[in-house]
Design a protein around this ligand. Structure first.
Ligand code: PMP
Length: 403
């Protein structure tokens, strides 16, 4: 009998090699207890968290915690239903109204995760005669959405507006609608989309533009709306997709738009319709976190100062870190062996970051992916830089005479 599991033999041997080389499973880290937004207990040790996407530290917001407790007391713990059946409570509509108002848009759809927001919007918006034009480094949720859609999928070179333009021009005269999908800040590398150039291409070619601001919401722009706000091109963005699981510290996804047809998307969007809606405590906590974000614009300044401090520190000690300053800072390593040793040393010395390995990385080299928080203190950042230096020396990534 053919084994159902033979297809996992490659995964099993790759994981076995990772565990053997480093002593632990890098994809099985358990945070035993978060002690604050920036410190967690891992393997019994207090560990600096530099890989949690919790950009504003709001997973530990006192206001959000209180709101969640109150909501549980009033509404119970779950909705037990889909948004288009029994799963819409007044809180869900309230959050949609608030998130739409925050973006100054006509309407918002709230999904159970950001993954589902991309999956749902992308698969539903484009039909079989339409074209989906994706940045080559798009997140898995965007690629998975494209697989669910019957549209023709075309990829353009990462962050390359000229290549996007060229590919759209080739479609001149074709009858289908064209939907361009880009991210604000790219999740692996921290690269920021040249959104003003992308918006110009969108205008010139008469296409639609969807921007996934998952990592840029709460981070960029005067009010934290993301790259489009920062670049002053919000009016060119037809659909903003985002998540509550990063800057707002909870869970859930959304799409905001001025297109009135969003109402009909709700009734055609399978990842919205065929899953239970978010529980009331999550909705309440998300609204509270949104209030925190609005009330504390200084969090964004602190976040960017912290990002600049970590970025400068990494370059000073000689690491091959992201070029752009953003709260996602990736350290690229040349080979897997070094990456595994360095990631394990970081954890042993008290810093948690994400280990990203090929083929999931954009240029097929391993990455130590760091995310910075507004709530990191300068001392924590300096300590992390020192630990990176030590781990880099131990892994043979850094040379003692330079670092
Ligand atoms: N888009 C991007 C660019 C992401 O990085 C992520 C999460 N890693 C998502 C969407 C999905 O967000 P969620 O965690 O809410 O499912």
């Amino acid at each position: 009998m053919t084994s159902l599991f033979a297809k996992f033999n490659g995964t099993a041997s790759a994981l076995g090699a990772l565990v053997e080389a480093g002593g632990r499973n890098p994809f099985g880290v358990v945070i035993e207890k978060p002690l604050s937004s920036t410190v967690g207990l891992i393997e019994g040790r207090e560990t600096l968290l530099f890989g949690t996407n919790n950009y504003l530290g709001l997973s530990q917001s006192a206001r959000a915690i209180k709101a969640a407790q109150d909501a549980v007391a009033h509404y119970g713990v779950g909705t037990t239903g889909s948004r288009i059946a029994n799963g819409t409570q007044s809180l869900h509509r309230k959050l949609e109204t608030q998130i739409a108002a925050y973006f100054k848009r006509r309407d918002a759809m709230v999904f159970s995760t950001g993954y589902q927001a991309n999956l749902g919007m992308i698969s539903t918006l484009v039909g079989k005669d339409d074209y989906l034009i994706l940045d080559a480094d798009s997140h898995a949720s965007i690629y998975d959405g494209s697989r669910l859609s019957p549209a023709q999928v075309i990829r353009f070179r990462h962050n390359d507006a000229d290549d996007l333009h060229k590919r759209l021009k080739r479609l001149d005269g074709t009858p289908g609608a064209k939907l361009v999908v880009v991210e604000g800040i790219y999740s692996m590398t921290g690269n920021v989309a040249p959104i003003a150039e992308m918006a110009q291409v969108k205008r010139e070619t008469g296409s639609y533009l969807l921007v996934d601001e998952a990592h840029s919401f709460g981070v960029m722009g005067e009010r934290g709306l993301g790259v489009a706000e920062a670049a002053g091109v919000e009016a060119d963005v037809d659909f903003v997709v985002g998540t509550f699981s990063k800057s707002l510290g909870t869970v859930g996804g959304y799409c905001v738009s001025d297109h009135p047809e969003l109402e009909f998307v709700r009734l055609n969007c399978r990842p919205y319709m065929f899953t239970a809606s978010l529980p009331p405590e999550v909705i309440a906590a998300t609204m509270a976190a949104l209030q925190d974000m609005e009330a504390h614009p200084e969090l964004r300044t602190q976040l960017m100062d912290n990002a600049a401090r970590l970025h400068a520190g990494f370059h000073r000690i000689g690491l091959n870190a992201s070029r752009q300053v953003s709260p996602v800072i990736a350290v690229t390593l040349e080979e897997m062996g070094q990456a595994i040793v360095m990631w394990n040393r970081l954890l042993e010395l008290g810093v948690y970051v994400n280990l990203s390995v090929p083929p999931a990385t954009p240029d097929h080299r391993p990455l130590l992916r760091c995310s910075v928080m507004a709530t990191h203190t300068p001392a924590q950042i300096d300590q992390a830089i020192d630990i990176f230096r030590q781990a880099g020396l131990d892994a043979g990534v850094l040379n003692a005479s330079v670092a």
